[in-house]
Structures are given as structure tokens and as C-alpha cells.
Design a protein around this ligand. Structure first.
Ligand SMILES: [Mg+2]
Length: 195
């Protein structure tokens, strides 16, 4: 009898805000992009980083409001239990959001089924930090909601075999992209088909 080859367990990274957590503020991304590019003539690849105490407070407030876990997390945990995937949280949240980051980790994953959780404690540019972590963890798939980050990772991914899944929002809907999903549940449905 032929031995069945063990299927490779897929290593999947999940962004936190906008992917595992729903954040209505993310709908503003295209607006911020427009403001930066056309009105302020800023480098659109540079992400906003809160500097003053007041800016930091506003930043924390924005991240704290109206967040809740996305549906689909339960199914992800089921796939982990079935040893079909290994899951990681890779968030580019800055160091000022550390406490809140761990608060959400506990809420999302009480059972500690995810392999590990990372946030951007050295306040690097989000796409640089994420690219570094994807390489370090040797992820097969990364799920991200920010189109600017997706674009950036995609442009670098020729040199490493990562698939970047994009969860789009309403205003970005018309952008063409191969791995485009309307929400986390759709990502899970797709994963179930390929594993
Ligand atoms: Mg995000």
C-alpha cells in the first residue's frame, strides 16, 4: 500500500487591526492616502507615527473605539486544532499600544492556540516590520487589510514565496488583485478549499 504523504502544515500570519479585529476607522485609509499624496505632497510610503503626547492619546483612542473580534476566528482555531495550519499574529501596532495589544490577544485566543504573537515594539515602518517578520517566521500566507502594505509586500515577494491575502474595504473595492477577500470568513472558506 502506498504511504500517504503528510501534507505540509501551512504557516499563516494574520494582521490584527482590520483582519482579526474589526475597526471602522480603517475605511479612512484611502482618504488619508489622498490627503498625503495630493494635498500634503508627502511620501505615501511613510506611515503616520504619533509623536506628541496628545497625538499618542488620540492614536490610542482611535484604536480603542468600536473594535471587536471578526467572525471567522473560531474557524481559524478549529483549523489549528486539526493541525492543518499554524497561525501567528503579526501586528504593526506601535509600542504605545502594547497593553491594548495583549488585551486583544487574550480576548481572541484564550486557549493560546496561535503559535505566537508579535507587535512592532521598535516602531519601525509597518511594511518593513511585516516583511521582516514574514521572512523570519517563514510564513506561507499573510493576511492583511491595508492595501498600501499589501502592495509593498507584493513588490518584495518575488524573492520569497509568500502569498499576501488582502481583505479590502468598501472604498478600495475596485482595485484588482488576485487574492482579494471581503472579510475574514471568506479567507477561511478559501483556506479550507486549498488545505
Ligand atoms: Mg491592519
Amino acid at each position: 500500500m502506498k504511504k500517504t504523504k503528510d501534507k505540509k502544515i501551512l504557516k499563516i500570519g494574520f494582521d490584527m487591526d482590520g483582519v482579526l479585529l474589526y475597526n471602522p476607522a480603517r475605511i479612512f485609509r484611502p482618504i488619508i492616502f489622498f490627503l498625503k499624496k495630493f494635498l500634503l505632497k508627502r511620501d505615501v510610503n511613510k506611515f503616520y507615527y504619533p509623536k506628541t503626547k496628545l497625538e499618542k492619546l488620540i492614536w490610542i483612542f482611535l484604536h480603542k473605539t468600536s473594535l471587536f473580534p471578526q467572525s471567522g476566528i473560531k474557524e481559524i482555531k478549529q483549523l489549528i486544532k486539526e493541525k492543518k495550519i499554524k497561525a501567528y499574529v503579526v501586528s504593526a501596532r506601535y509600542e504605545s499600544l502594547e497593553k491594548d495589544f495583549w488585551y486583544w490577544v487574550k480576548k481572541i485566543d484564550k486557549e493560546k492556540l496561535f503559535s505566537s504573537y508579535y507587535f512592532n515594539k521598535n516602531n519601525e515602518q509597518p511594511y518593513i516590520y511585516k516583511a521582516k517578520m514574514i521572512k523570519k517566521l517563514k510564513l506561507d500566507i499573510f493576511v492583511e487589510d491595508n492595501w498600501d502594505v499589501v502592495k509593498n509586500l507584493k513588490s518584495q515577494s518575488a524573492s520569497w514565496p509568500i502569498k499576501v491575502f488582502w481583505i479590502y474595504n468598501l472604498l478600495d473595492k475596485n482595485i484588482k488583485y488576485q487574492y482579494k477577500f471581503s472579510n475574514l470568513k471568506k479567507v477561511v472558506e478559501y483556506l479550507k478549499k486549498i488545505i
